[in-house]
Design a protein. Sequence first.
Length: 67
Amino acid sequence: MDIGMIRGLGTVVVMVAFVGLALWVFSSRRKSEFDEATMLPFADDPEASKHVEQAQAKAKASRSNNE
């Protein structure tokens, strides 16, 4: 095994890891967990949390009307 082969295998490993991570992040099964995580900065302020939830509901309704 020479250095070129090792570098090639390293590139393949990194590419597979990148594709796997991208699929994991954009999976529809993870959406609810990521939506919950987006609310964490507003957890201490109930008023801000309410406004963000209303904005998300409005955006979701407009997306469903466009489809």
